[in-house]
Design a protein around this ligand. Structure first.
Ligand code: DCP
Ligand code: MG
Ligand code: MG
Length: 529
């Protein structure tokens, strides 16, 4: 039987259709992993434009060689995608390390008593509700339940919430035109159609009372850390996904569905009481279904899907609810008249693989049937270090592109040093305006429709020297030979990572993470346990 539990409601035996109605709204609930990749070279990468959408008042201005280093600095200080990808990597490393060092608060049950004995898993996907907003309003109780959004846009001042415009006609035109995006919005804002990732202009038309809040990156990082510290006390099998999202496996800690639900309820209340933000969870027998269940559980709820109800559950799901199915896959499937998982099941594996390639085709085939054999990834291995900018690039000539490459290489050297690695392959990534795309992008200083071009060189000796990486990247730039004014984004990446030879490059990366001295934060956590 399907069941929703939230802190204020418990609904038994509810129909899947009704469940979907309860949660309709955002389709950004499960951003595909690459939509928060710092590279931003994904379908929805326009998200990192650091602007309030008004010419001349953007936080980061167009690149100029004379201010190249400051540009790069300023870009990364304001880029939320940069923070998100950095945190995600740090939290993966923290989780992997702590899992080796500490035991969770709850003892494993003997195999015959635990769910493991039954062969059915209890996988939990957990995600904080409107994370940036929740953190920002923790100490602002008067904003609870209101339509609030976190954005760079300079809407009427925070703190004067009662004074800001209440009708569409009284909103200044520049705000209605603002292309700045909304990183996170409250559920009250979602009720009137506002979504994460929407432009402020669009959002304010739907919700003239929208209350803007600025970013508080330090607080987000702090809350994430605390969130993970709590998760690690519930299981020795935790996969960090992002700053507000993780999988935890409870198979060895519970003997049946009721126990799972109780433990998840306990975990959620602990998160809420310790970090002051609500969290939702999906529980199922595999990662795919657990993730899909969280969507239904939101906000501030949990949703448990018994194995026996899987078929019914999938009947009601549209293909874009499947993790990893983004805009272009959904569109391609729609062209084939496929909108739901049950329709997807009518396509043969062969047909799917011919259309989408072997890997994606197989995933689509399995996911449509609720099949997912993945186990949680508790170890992490860093594969690359990169620096990418896809905002504010409007070069007048090639020497500006060359100067950005040199500044990116300096930043890449710094990041590689921080990560303690050198790399054998240097890759230059570029976003180049598509011939049909207008020169003036819809989003001020955004990248618009682009072709992504990457070129790599592999070295005999691994490096992280800014000078050497610049030299190689300039060679690659010459190979591509783009028109300077068509370049809209540039990135440098170092891969085939090894330890610098003085530290013994025979060790694997995760072994290295283990040997690294504990940070204060990690030590605090271990002591706390
Ligand atoms: N985020 C962002 N830009 C993206 C994706 C995410 O700024 N492209 C940030 C803002 C979100 C946070 O990461 O608050 C977590 O992302 P979620 O997808 O979990 O979105 P929310 O937590 O805001 O909402 P939900 O309740 O749907 O999880
Ligand atoms: Mg979230
Ligand atoms: Mg999330």
């Amino acid at each position: 039987m399907l069941r929703i539990i939230s802190s204020c409601r418990l609904i038994d035996a509810i129909s899947p259709l009704l469940l979907l109605d309860l949660t309709s709204g955002s389709d950004e609930l499960f951003p595909e992993p690459d939509s928060i990749s710092e590279a931003g070279f994904s379908e929805c990468s326009e998200a990192d434009s650091i602007t309030d959408g008004q010419q001349g008042t953007s936080v980061v201005k167009a690149y100029q060689s004379s201010e190249g280093a400051e540009f790069v600095n300023s870009f990364f200080t304001h880029s939320r995608l940069h923070y998100l990808s950095t945190w995600s990597m740090e939290l993966k490393q923290f989780t992997a390390k702590m899992l080796r060092l500490v035991s969770p608060r709850y003892p494993l049950l003997p195999a015959r008593d635990s769910l493991r004995g039954t062969g059915v898993r209890a996988v939990v996907h957990i995600d904080l509700d409107c994370f940036f907003v929740s953190v920002s309003i923790r100490n602002k109780p008067h904003l609870k339940g209101k339509a609030v959004a976190v954005t760079h846009a300079k809407l009427p001042k925070t703190g004067s919430e009662s004074k800001h415009p209440t009708t569409k006609d009284s909103i200044p035109k520049h705000l209605l035109d603002s292309t700045s995006d909304i990183a996170s919005c409250s559920y009250a804002a979602r009720d009137v159609g506002v979504k994460n990732g929407m432009s402020v202009g669009e959002a304010i038309k739907l919700c003239p009372d929208l209350i803007p809040l600025s970013y508080d990156f330090e607080a987000y990082r702090e809350v994430s850390q605390c969130f993970y510290e709590i998760l690690l006390q519930y299981s020795s099998c935790v996969e960090a996904v992002s700053c507000d999202e993780a999988f935890i496996e409870l198979t060895d800690y519970v003997s049946g569905p009721e126990q799972v639900e109780d433990l998840v309820l306990k975990l959620r209340s602990e998160v809420e009481s310790k970090v002051g933000c609500t969290v939702s969870a999906g529980v199922a027998h595999n990662m795919l279904l657990a993730r899909m269940c969280t969507r239904i559980a939101k906000p501030n709820g949990q949703f448990y899907l018994p194995l026996i109800s899987t078929g019914n559950f999938l009947e009601s799901q549209t293909v874009n609810n499947l993790p990893g199915v983004g805009y272009s896959t959904t569109r391609k499937l729609r062209e084939m008249s496929i909108e739901t998982c049950s329709q997807l099941r009518t396509l043969s594996l062969e047909k799917l693989q011919n259309t989408f390639g072997n890997k994606t085709g197989k995933s689509l085939h399995d996911f449509a049937r609720g099949i997912d054999e993945r186990v949680l990834k508790t170890e992490t291995e860093r594969k690359s270090v990169s620096v990418d900018i896809n905002y504010g690039i409007r070069f007048k000539n090639m020497s500006e592109a060359e100067s950005l490459i040199s500044n990116l290489a300096t930043e890449l050297e710094k990041r590689s040093c921080d990560a303690g690695v050198v790399g054998g392959t240097v890759t230059l990534k570029m976003k180049i305006r598509q011939a049909s795309a207008p020169k003036e992008t819809w989003k001020y200083l955004g990248h618009g429709a682009c072709n992504n071009v990457t070129r790599s060189l592999t070295l005999l000796q691994p490096t992280r020297s800014a000078g050497e990486m610049t030299r190689l990247a300039l060679r690659l730039l010459k190979q591509v030979g783009p028109v300077a004014s068509d370049i809209r984004g540039m990135g440098l990446q170092l891969s085939k990572l090894v330890l610098p030879s003085s530290e013994g490059s025979s060790l694997g990366m995760d072994m290295r993470a283990f040997l690294k001295p504990m940070s204060d934060q990690e030590a605090r956590y271990v002591l706390h346990i």
